[in-house]
Design a protein around this ligand. Structure first.
Ligand code: SF4
Length: 251
């Protein structure tokens, strides 16, 4: 299993372990007959934590099994994804405690999410796929406004937008350039895709995945050689390879 996914799953395992240890401690206190009021509170905590631990263990087992041995049924992937999205903020907080950067945990989450989207085995036509590109891929000196219509690009080749548009035309898929979550949501509302292929930084990708659920989102993190939000880069070949995997012979 690639190291990128192992971090998220490791933190997830740790979270489940902490829950189970806490349950064991609570169970120990519960057997003491004194202080009945305290006991009722503990019983409530015990039940809540037991439910969370069972759900967490169930999701973790399914994710690991599906990553190691192949693909679970699509309905199961959706359920696991919902649980992961619910637990995601807790896993990020736990990662911080162990001094993992937010980018590392988010990148790992994106890897796990992509695998689960893959497991959904979506039957997609090009028209049902939407490519969302971040505005920061555009050369910062370019005067052309491409967020309203990406085809305002004059195709000078100075930034990856040119090649990405050529690729979108070749595969006949919808493409939009967005400045953030609001424009991304508007594009989804307008075009009604069944799946989104999104390029962005780890932070925007993971929040996009969480916000868009249950809509499946494949995430491709961008490269930021000049720092965040400025002349960022994504390999058009890598995006096309993902397109080929998603659409394959259906085009
Ligand atoms: S490729 Fe398009 S968006 Fe990029 S700099 Fe040239 S005209 Fe501007």
């Amino acid at each position: 299993m690639p190291a990128r996914k192992r971090l998220f799953l490791g933190l997830f395992l740790l979270f489940t372990f902490i829950l189970i240890v806490s349950l064991a401690l609570l169970a120990y206190f519960l057997v003491r007959p004194e202080a009945p009021l305290f006991q009722y509170t503990l019983i409530l905590f015990f039940v809540l934590m037991a439910i969370t631990a069972i759900v967490s263990l169930f999701a973790l087992t399914l994710v690991i099994v599906s990553l190691l041995r192949g693909t679970p049924p699509p309905w199961l992937s959706k359920t696991v994804k919902k649980i992961l999205i619910f637990l995601f903020p807790i896993i990020v907080m736990l990662g911080r405690v162990f001094r993992f950067t937010q980018d590392q945990v988010q990148s790992s989450f994106i890897g796990v999410n992509n695998k689960l989207v893959e497991a959904e085995n979506l039957e997609l036509t090009p028209q049902k796929l939407l490519i969302l590109l971040p505005h920061c891929l555009q050369d910062e000196d370019c005067p052309h406004k491409i967020t309203l219509d990406p085809f305002n690009c004059r195709r000078c080749g100075k930034c990856p937008i040119d090649s990405l548009l050529t690729m979108a035309e070749k595969w006949q898929v919808n493409v939009q350039v967005v400045t953030g979550g609001t424009l991304a949501r508007r594009a989804v509302k307008m075009l009604h895709p069944r799946c989104v292929l999104a390029v962005a930084c780890e932070r925007d990708l993971s929040s996009g995945i969480v916000d868009s659920a249950p809509l499946p989102v494949w995430g491709i993190p961008n490269e930021r050689p000049m720092g965040p939000c400025r002349n960022t880069w994504v390999s058009p070949a890598a995006v096309e390879q993902k397109l080929e995997e998603i659409l394959g012979s259906r085009t």
